[in-house]
Unconditional design. Sequence first.
Length: 460
Amino acid sequence: MRSLRAQLSLAISMVVLLTVALLSLVSNLTVNRQFEAYVTEQEKVQSETIVAHLGTAYNSLSQDWNPDFLHTVGMYSLYDGYLLKIYDRAGSVLWDAEHHDMTLCGQIMGEISDRMEKTKSAGGFSAHTYEIQSGAKTVGSVSVTYYGPFFYSEGEVKFLHTLNAVLLSVGVFALAASLGAGWLLSRRIARPVVKTAAIARQISAGNYGIRFEGTIKTRELNDLAGAVNYLAEALQEQERLRKRLTADLAHELRTPLAAVGAHLEAMLEGIWEPTPDRLRSCHEEVIRLGKLAADLERLARVEGEDLTLRKAPVDLTCAARTVCAALEPEWKGKNLTLTVEGESVTVPADGDRIAQVITNLLSNAIKYTPEQGHIRVSVTHSEQEGILAVEDDGIGIPEEELPLIFERFYRTDRSRSRSTGGAGIGLAIVRSIVTAHGGTVRAEHRDGKGSRFVVTIPKV
Ligand code: ADP
């Protein structure tokens, strides 16, 4: 397996290498082609210039040729790579480069052939015949032999070499620069990824306190680091709750067990008479433990993965009235007033579970509202959901604890709740059932005093 940095560097280098190679190739080819066209054109122009010069070597008055001039033009042309053979009108040879200096001709032609072979441009020598004009009259002809389709002079070959060298060095420089840039870029990307992976490993090893510090300039990587931090926070919170759950459960069990244990021991050792009152007190503690077990069992059932909802249309107001009636002995016993208001709002839900939600909320309202208090259940609806609110003018919940009361075993004030007998499981059950229905539940402060619980259940 290759590292991210190696892969990025490799990919960037490959792209750069290809681009530079392609650029060099294309520019080289275009420049060469243009230059060839230019040189070929130059050869034509040069030939025409030679012919024009030769025309001036003819004296039309004396109808004679100037041999010195012919010789000069012939020699200059020869040095330029053009072999001339000049004829008069009758076709007799006036001047012939080969005839004049065979060795020099051979040498010049050999040089040109060598040069062109080196530039890998295939071609060969060929003769082209032009008429020599003086005024409007044709006074002779010239056969010009040169290397075709084009040939380079020494200066031109030098120019091409320099150009290629410049292109090559620009390519090498661009490659080196982009390799450097690629390396830096991949380092910038790979570094935070490696760091985030190390943090994730630490988290999986149980170190939930670790966080990715600082910000990363790449947005997606910054999001990744943020997600890992969020994961660590969530796990830390879960861990905290799990530890608390164990501690709370132990506490819940120890207190009644210790009480029952002490009572029974005293009675067994004859220190206490087993009076009906003492036995009843033991019985109450045992019942409390039974209730706790039942609560835990119910919570496990609604929190389990196999929570199946038997959905049917449920009228929330109707359900609220039924629960109120069932709890009548309790709220009447405390001299509370309980009202149920609202229109008929029907939602698809599991009737038994919704009754459980309302029972838990109402039992709490009854528990945490002093005598003569008021409890109000109201049912309304919005376009998408049915809304059920339970409010009381009881002891209320401190602001900072509002988000926590739905956690298992959470109680706002342990000693206070202990007297009411709750173990802090009721609201956890409420939340699980409501969430399973796709709804929400929240607790809020009431303006005057007391608290309000609002449950929403989607209509579809
Ligand atoms: P419990 O069995 O202790 O009532 P719950 O999960 O039902 O457990 O409630 C959690 C805690 O939330 C309670 O201990 C109590 O402190 C607080 N609480 C719940 N309902 C009310 C309410 N209507 N008024 C004030 N406090 C409440």
